[in-house]
Design a protein around this ligand. Structure first.
Ligand code: CLF
Ligand code: SF4
Length: 361
């Protein structure tokens, strides 16, 4: 019997054979109401996407993740803990006094926290803003180049076992650090892949530091790409839901991005975020893409992997809803949002309780 809360769209999505992992999940998930929003399906129309099988727990996490499900962005928030200052590569568009621009927008560098300070901040913020469902580490450097990342996640998971742990990385250390990520419970992961062709990647990354040695040019690019792709595959196989960020850089990788999307399809990546270049550092003279150019690239990639179009290029210490970074707000404004959102949460809870009663009746 089909539960009464299922909409026609849900059924069509589940019966869409390109999303067989969702079809399988259809029979295992405890269906929720539309108010609670199931995650949007992966809309890629290529049939070969080998994404992970999404069980009930992962579907819940996606449906409450503001970056992975566009319907969640206005209801649920994330907190970024700036515990990872070091980076192991040098991107040509990065100025190291700023947050990692593979995930963030530049600003004054986020104040680096110790793992203990990060836990305290999380406790305080989650108590005040219960709509925050994701705790993430996204810089200001590369999370996998900093042991504090794992120490922090360990502390957070012990205190908040239900919370989604998210991370963003350049992927250089992904194959080696995946076991640590699984141990601490990371379930959503972003890897920045700006090229899968070493000649193109060599124009984007100045150098990498790998196992204590500095590599440059195509040699550096080959190591980086190999580790990114191997790491993504292993993460997907391990059940992590992977998002890929690609910085759209005119004259460098703009004609190449669709090739990346095809590869992501093969690897089972859940969603791709084509971000506009922020022109600084060695790329200060490059023109960022226009909104139209970015839209065209996203449309060309869409057949292969679902596209994220609501990214806010957050700071490495952002928290709140994506559209309302409370780390940048006055106390007064934060209080207004707190009250408004709590009311909304209460309303949502009432509706869910009513629905539960109806289902049981
Ligand atoms: Fe943070 Fe990134 Fe996790 Fe989201 S942000 S680590 S996936 S919880 Fe989101 Fe911010 Fe865009 Fe990143 S809007 S910059 S995509
Ligand atoms: Fe900068 Fe991020 Fe690139 Fe590291 S990975 S160099 S922090 S943009």
């Amino acid at each position: 019997m089909i539960p009464k809360c299922i909409s026609r769209v849900c059924i069509i999505n589940a019966l869409d054979t390109k999303n067989s992992h969702l079809l399988r999940s259809y029979f295992t998930i405890k269906f929720r109401t539309e108010e609670n929003n199931l995650p949007e399906k992966n809309q890629s129309i290529d049939e070969t996407n080998k994404g992970p099988i999404l069980g009930e727990e992962l579907l819940r996490k996606i449906s409450e993740h503001p970056c992975y499900d566009k319907n969640a962005q206005h209801k649920y928030g994330r907190i970024h803990l700036a515990v990872a200052p070091k980076c192991n590569i040098q991107c040509n568009f990065c100025v190291r006094e700023f947050d990692c621009v593979n995930e963030s927008r530049p600003g004054v560098t986020s104040k680096v926290l110790t793992p203990e300070e990060a836990l305290e901040k999380t406790k305080q913020i989650l108590a005040e803003y219960p709509f925050i469902k994701v705790v993430a580490i996204a810089g200001p450097g590369d999370p996998l180049a900093n042991d504090e990342t794992f120490e922090t996640f360990d502390l957070i998971r012990k205190e908040f076992p239900e919370i989604t742990l998210c991370m963003s990385t350049n992927g250089l250390m992904l194959p080696e650090k995946l076991q640590d990520m699984l141990r601490v419970g990371v379930s959503t992961l972003t890897v920045t892949v700006n090229a899968i062709d070493p000649e193109i990647q060599a124009k984007i990354v100045n150098h990498i530091v790998y196992h204590g040695k500095v590599y440059r040019g195509v040699e550096a690019a080959e190591i980086l790409i190999k580790n990114q792709l191997q790491g993504i595959k292993a993460a997907v196989d391990a059940g992590i839901v992977v998002k890929v960020n690609t910085v759209l850089t005119p004259t460098i990788n703009d004609k190449h991005v669709v090739e990346i999307a095809k590869k992501l399809n093969e690897l089972g990546v859940y969603i791709m975020n084509v971000m506009p270049l922020i022109n600084q550092g060695a790329f200060a003279d490059l023109e960022p893409p226009t909104a139209e150019e970015r839209k065209d690239v996203q449309a060309a990639c869409e057949p292969y992997v679902m596209q994220m179009r609501h990214c806010r290029q957050c700071r490495a210490d952002a928290y709140g809803l994506l559209a309302q970074d409370m780390s940048q707000m006055s106390e007064e404004r934060r209080n207004i949002i707190k009250i408004q959102t709590k009311e909304e949460m209460e309303k949502a809870r009432e509706i869910l309780t009513e629905n539960d009663k109806e289902e049981k009746a």
